[in-house]
Ligand binder design. Structure first.
Ligand SMILES: NC(=O)c1ccc[n+]([C@@H]2O[C@H](COP(=O)([O-])OP(=O)(O)OC[C@H]3O[C@@H](n4cnc5c(N)ncnc54)[C@H](O)[C@@H]3O)[C@@H](O)[C@H]2O)c1
Ligand SMILES: [Zn+2]
Length: 348
């Protein structure tokens, strides 16, 4: 979907970890040899926004020319054209603040998800404001929905996770979630199915971990397909002025959540003219929270769970480990959800 903003030669990748090779003259908190994980966004740590835990809005790195928030690694011109991390070396700005130093000993897999999956899923659960003894429905069981389901279940909430990929649903069931397989249900019936599971009322909270590439949104799909075949300059204008997302998951969330409940949107949307069911949103008195994860904001809360007991199952989270040279095939495997690809880690 961000295709129109991508240029040839852009280096992708925003979930890196590695070893410090060299530090700049002003850097005092790192030394070569330190083992670090990098947040996917670049923030300064000392501006108005960073001080309030809103690192994705960092006023030092905001991409003002595009009207966007903090710069991100490997994310096209829209987010500052910063060279990404699917590479052997990575240049790290604001190096005294961003890198997360991790201890020697445990395998890389223990910590690599601090870059994105863990803080993103953590924020999804925080923003969902699930009350004690409450229920959350998680739409989507990709890496983000999967981890959000694990975190919510670990906190003792009742979790019902929805997807249409059976292997992904199997993964979350092992961590205590109930599941609904959308291949066996008509998506239009989802609201009623969930209400039947929750005293006729609906869950306290819904996490949308699907975003704009949802199944089952004919209008949005057509707009995206058209954008994909347009010349980039035109597609970019269309997306920025009249872009319409595939809204199936977000509309499901509005329908499913109980009156007075909270919808936490962690799946990315990029439209500027999305039709939303305001009558229902207003009448049901819903709260919405959304946005990119403020990675640094959550690291200290998550770290105590990255122990040998591994309650969130990070050590076994990757389904595939692939040398960097095989990245193109791996992208295809993931996109088409072949070989039960749930999460792929590249090894340089
Ligand atoms: N906010 C952030 O900081 C942040 C960070 C990382 C990822 N994300 C976004 O989170 C979303 C999920 O990421 P991911 O890596 O898990 O993606 P993914 O594409 O692997 O997972 C999405 C899952 O949703 C399922 N799905 C599709 N339509 C559905 C529907 N209508 N109802 C229920 N399930 C449906 C798919 O089968 C898939 O398993 C993406 O939009 C991604 O861009 C956001
Ligand atoms: Zn800042």
């Amino acid at each position: 979907m961000l295709g129109p903003f991508l240029a040839e030669g852009d280096i992708l990748g925003h979930e890196p970890m590695g070893v410090v090779e060299e530090v700049g003259a002003g850097v005092t908190s790192l030394t070569p040899g330190d083992r670090v994980v990098m947040p996917f966004q670049i923030s300064c740590g000392s501006c108005y926004m960073c001080e309030r835990g809103l690192q994705t809005q960092c006023e030092t790195t905001q991409v003002r020319g595009e009207g966007m928030g903090a710069a991100l690694y490997g994310y096209t011109r829209l987010y500052g054209s910063v060279p990404g991390a699917q590479a052997e070396y990575l240049r790290v700005p604001h190096a005294d603040y961003n890198p997360i130093k991790v201890p020697e000993g445990p395998p890389d897999d223990r910590f690599v998800y601090l870059s994105d999956v863990l803080p993103t899923a953590w924020q999804a659960v925080e923003y969902a404001a699930i009350p004690d003894g409450g229920t959350v429905v998680v739409l989507g069981a990709g890496p983000i929905g999967d981890m959000a389901s694990r975190i919510a279940a670990h906190r003792g909430h009742r979790v019902v996770t929805v997807d249409l990929v059976p292997e992904r649903l199997d993964r979350v069931r092992r961590f205590g979630a109930e599941t609904i397989d959308l291949r066996e249900q008509d998506a239009d019936d989802l609201g009623d199915i969930v209400r039947n599971l929750t005293d006729g009322r609906g869950p306290d909270s819904v996490i949308d971990a699907v975003g704009m590439e949802a199944h089952g949104s004919p209008g949005g799909k057509m707009a995206q397909t058209m954008a994909a075949v347009m010349p980039d300059a035109l597609a970019e204008k269309v997306m920025k002025k009249g872009g319409v997302d595939r809204l199936a998951a977000l509309h499901s969330a509005v329908d499913i959540v109980r009156r007075g409940g909270t919808v936490s949107v962690i799946g990315v949307y990029g439209g500027t003219a999305d039709p939303m069911p305001m009558l229902t949103m207003f009448d049901k008195q819903l709260t919405f929270r959304m946005g990119q994860a403020n990675v640094r904001r959550w690291v200290d809360d998550i770290m105590p769970l990255l122990t040998d007991e591994d309650p969130l199952g990070v050590d076994g989270f990757a389904s595939h480990r692939v040398p960097l040279e095989e990245a193109p095939q791996a992208y295809e495997t993931f996109q088409k959800k072949r070989e039960d690809a749930a999460k792929i880690v590249f090894i340089p």
